[in-house]
Design a protein around this ligand. Structure first.
Ligand code: ADP
Length: 251
């Protein structure tokens, strides 16, 4: 009798376990699908902007060519070029996130890295940019392409945080504890404590048209290069992102 009871309890338990596992699998699938949906809608939104501008530009370009308006043609081509860069950056962000290459580290000139990063972001007139790189005197070894990507993401976030109102963006440097720190401080909208906990998570964004990959990529790239990324912020006052990269050992 007892053995029979034991058997049926075992059967029920096994059935429950199987049901739980099936439910868990369903949940994981649903979560994955939701993440893909979120990503697709974010990327779709972001890509539509430059594509619309490109379409309008192509129309204006045709008129300018028909009218042999050289200045108009040159202007339309410039805008086209810029918008293609914007669309390209969105695609690169996605690819960067899915397949980050092992870093190809070389000895880099920080000034050059910052200059190169600044070519990827338009700094509005009302933003005051100050750069002081004297805090690092030792050479840095890092992947220049990957670090340019990190800096570009931080700079463009800082500009976006100013919501078109303008403000200060300061890039400073320091050395200590075997690390070189590159510090990006802005006087933008700042980050609330709740948001602060999530900003490095992939797909986390507070922007209506954001994708939420910029900081996740930045963190991965910095860590791949042996460094760390830190953030400090006060809502409404601004934010400070610090990229810490290991200093080259002097022999
Ligand atoms: P996205 O820019 O697509 O939103 P990110 O991963 O670059 O994705 O940023 C995630 C979120 O972190 C942003 O939506 C924003 O809320 C916050 N954030 C990042 N940088 C700043 C900054 N400098 N000032 C205020 N908030 C920021």
């Amino acid at each position: 009798m007892n053995t029979k009871n034991d058997k049926s309890v075992e059967n029920v338990l096994q059935q429950n376990k199987a049901e739980l596992e099936a439910m868990q699998e369903k949940l994981i699938r649903a979560e994955r699908l939701a993440a893909i949906g979120e990503l697709a809608s974010g990327v779709g939104h972001e890509l539509r902007n430059p594509l619309n501008v490109i379409r309008n530009c192509a129309y204006l370009l045709k008129i300018a060519i028909d009218e042999k308006d050289e200045a108009g043609t040159a202007e339309a081509l410039k805008v086209l070029d810029k918008q293609i860069d914007v669309a390209n950056k969105i695609v690169t962000d996605l690819l960067d996130f899915t397949r980050i290459k092992p870093p190809a580290q070389t000895r880099v000139d920080l000034q050059k890295l910052i200059d190169e990063s600044l070519t990827w972001v338009a700094i509005p007139e009302q933003v005051k940019l100050s750069i002081d790189l004297k805090g690092i005197t030792q050479p840095l070894r890092t992947d220049p392409e990957q670090m340019t990507r990190v800096f570009t993401n931080l700079i463009s976030n800082a500009i976006q945080a100013m919501n078109g109102k303008g403000g200060d963006l300061t890039i400073t440097t320091a050395t200590g504890g075997g690390y070189a720190s590159i510090v990006f401080s802005d006087t933008g909208c700042g980050i609330t404590d709740d948001t602060l906990k999530k900003i490095f998570e992939p797909l986390f964004t507070t922007k209506p048209k954001g994708i939420g990959l910029g900081l996740a990529i930045a963190k991965r790239l910095v860590e791949e290069n042996g460094g760390q990324i830190e953030v400090a912020s006060e809502a409404d006052k601004g934010a400070t992102f610090t990229v810490k990269l290991p200093l080259e050992q002097r022999s």
